[in-house]
Design a protein around this ligand. Structure first.
Ligand code: ADP
Ligand code: MG
Length: 622
């Protein structure tokens, strides 16, 4: 390939502009990113070579070398990993926009002291080289291609880059940073070494730097021709727990998650028995930007006997724990295991079950001992954890204990156990109501009698709640019951006197009910009196086994067919409006308004808002 000048993809240009103009804190992470790319490239080679051992050529020992030249003002990061073909260099380093690009820019927006640390999180780590360099040259040859098919890629990190074919006998990649004016501080063996120690100690291949030696005559450290490893090169999870410090666990987390915050909790174990594996699992403190994407693969890397097999091995974690990050290293799986094979493997099933239990224990521990932290976790990940109620029946009970809700007693943090502990004498069910927002839930007329009697009701306002409820029937032997479904039977909570009175009122109201049923025949499948209302004239409920109107609305919003069942209108015969009804000359209009208002009060939409407004105006003008 002749030398060509190509233009960066538009979003890449924006990233580069940001990187070169506004990342001032944590500049040193450029080295972490480039070493991590070098290490990834070695992992990829090792993996491809499982089927094609010839890719190792005559250099089977994978390694990374880092050195600097203070005359040329360059730093070089070299690996003998998979390398890149010319096409790959063009694509991966310039023309394919990464999925996280836009999110990265959004995350930096508005931040005053822009933190370079964020960069790796969004899969644009290579460009961090431009924080300190005003030219980056990459020379590479892909494993398996011959020496004539090397590539040189070079750019000043502005609008475009150059590529050309070169001769390059060595397999793998050199990344050469030409430092900007004023960035000479990085030309220091001590400095580079300490950054590698800080961020890359756990990388499982040797990172080599030229050995420094004290020169007696010159009275200074001089660089020798000998190379020495500057990291421990033992994969962190293979070390024994007692040899790893908390700080090292935290740093490892940052490296694999690109999260700038420390994790909420982690667990590290060697599991023995029928299936043997090591697990190092982290629960993040903050949700990633793409948490809601259920198709996103999990965050657990799979190794087999310390050989990297794949990122994001989703079969190792249930979908509802997709936020968990970490490493599983199996002693039993074959090295050539594929994603398809993983789905079927019994060992993988055992690993998934073991890891799920571990994560739940971690969460239980935080919930028990660090309530504030758990509350924060819950706001970030609670709605995702709820998916587990329906998906993981084996652990449903444990998951149910981890749930937190808003209720009529507290705006957040109510567990089912708290609720049960506060149940009134004689109360048999756990009462819940679902709605789109907390305000709508709190304003539901269906809550009135519960409020009056001081009975707590859980307010469920996550989209997934309806679905969750269809899987969670009871907790601690108490059924979960929607206050917007079926008749209210407060059972022993209502005394005989109240019941009798209600029956009498209902009896007396019968003639009006009959007329209401006729007026509303098209809209309500029944009209009946209720004791659940105190201040409101009417509310809408559905039969015990019908779909709640909230769920029907959600389905409709999602463009799905909801069954067209008619709801039940319940009226409060003690309300002034109902008392006026009987003698009213506008009985029919009032009946329609009653129904429309009940619909509005629970967050529903009127099919004919104009007709509603006309009726109300007619009454107001009368
Ligand atoms: P990420 O590492 O998250 O994919 P980067 O911006 O760090 O994003 O790197 C972009 C891509 O460039 C990598 O995915 C890889 O394909 C390629 N690349 C970068 N450095 C190397 C290297 N040393 N050897 C081989 N490929 C590399
Ligand atoms: Mg990278």
């Amino acid at each position: 390939m002749e030398k060509q000048t190509l233009s960066f993809q538009a979003e890449v240009k924006q990233i580069l502009h940001l990187v070169t103009h506004s990342l001032y804190s944590n500049k040193e992470i450029f080295l972490r990113e480039l070493v991590s790319n070098a290490s990834d490239a070695c992992d990829k080679l090792r993996f491809e070579a499982l089927d094609r051992p010839e890719l190792f050529e005559d250099a089977p020992n994978l390694e990374v070398r880092v050195w600097y030249d203070d005359q040329a003002k360059t730093i070089t990061i070299r690996d003998n990993g998979i390398g890149m073909s010319a096409e790959e260099a063009v694509q991966h380093l310039g023309t394919i926009a990464k999925s996280g690009t836009r999110e990265f820019m959004a995350a930096l927006e508005g931040e005053k002291k822009k933190d370079a640390n964020l960069i790796g999180q969004f899969g644009v780590g290579f460009y961090s080289g431009f924080i300190v360099a005003d030219r980056i040259t990459v020379e590479s040859r892909r494993a398996g291609l011959d020496a004539g098919h090397g590539v040189r890629w070079s750019s000043e990190g502005t609008g475009d880059f150059e590529v050309e074919t070169i001769d390059r006998p060595a397999r793998g990649t050199d990344v050469i940073l030409h430092l900007r004016e004023g960035e000479e501080e990085w030309l220091s063996a001590w400095k580079l070494k300490s950054i590698i120690g800080k961020y890359s100690d756990h990388i499982s291949l040797p990172i080599l730097m030229p050995k420094q030696q004290w020169d007696e005559e010159r009275k200074e450290q001089v660089t020798t021709d000998e190379w020495e490893p500057v990291n421990k090169a033992a994969a962190l999870w293979t070390r024994s727990k007692s040899d790893v410090t908390d700080a090292q666990y935290q740093e490892f987390y940052k490296q694999i998650s690109y999260d700038s915050e420390p994790p909420l909790a982690y667990t590290h174990n060697r599991v023995e028995g029928r299936t043997e594996y090591t697990q190092l699992l982290y629960v993040p403190a903050k949700a990633p930007f793409d948490l809601w994407n259920r198709d996103k693969r999990g965050g657990v890397k799979l190794y087999v006997k310390r050989v990297f097999i794949m990122d994001d091995a989703e079969a190792l974690m249930p979908v509802y724990l997709r936020f968990v990050k970490g490493v599983i290293d199996s002693a039993d799986l074959p090295l050539n295991v594929s994603r398809e094979l993983l789905q079927e493997s019994r060992d993988v099933k055992a690993i998934r079950e073991g890891c799920t239990k571990r994560v739940l224990s971690m969460l239980e521990d935080v919930a028990e001992n660090q309530k504030d932290k758990y509350a924060e976790f819950w706001t970030q990940f609670g709605a995702v954890l709820k998916e587990g109620i329906g998906e993981d029946h084996a652990n449903q009970e444990r998951l149910a204990k981890l749930l937190r809700f808003a209720s009529t007693h507290a705006d957040s943090g109510v567990s089912l156990a708290d609720y049960v502990g506060r149940m009134k004498e004689g109360q048999e069910a756990i009462y819940v109501i679902t709605a789109d927002t907390l305000a709508a839930a709190k304003g539901s007329p269906q809550l009135e009698v519960f409020r009056k009697k001081g009975i707590e009701v859980l307010l469920l306002v996550d989209r997934v709640d309806e679905w969750m409820l269809s899987h969670l029937y009871e907790f601690d032997g108490k059924p979960l019951q929607s206050v917007a479904k079926g008749g209210v039977d407060l059972g022993k909570l209502q005394d005989e006197e109240e019941k009798k009175q209600a029956e009498q009122t209902a009896e007396a109201f019968k003639p009006v009910l009959e007329r209401l049923k006729i007026s509303l025949a098209d809209r309500a499948k029944d009209v009946r009196t209720t004791t659940r209302l105190v201040d409101s004239p009417a509310c809408i409920v559905v039969d015990e086994h019908d779909m709640s109107s909230h769920l029907a609305r959600l389905l409709k919003q999602a463009g799905q067919d909801a069954p067209k069942g008619k709801p039940i209108l319940e009226v409060n015969p003690a309300h002034a409006l109902l008392k006026r009804l009987e003698a009213s000359e506008q009985f029919d209009d009032l009946a329609q308004i009653l129904f429309d208002q009940a619909l509005l009060a629970e967050g529903g939409q009127l099919e004919d808002p104009a007709a509603y407004v006309q009726r109300v105006n007619k009454l107001l003008a009368a």
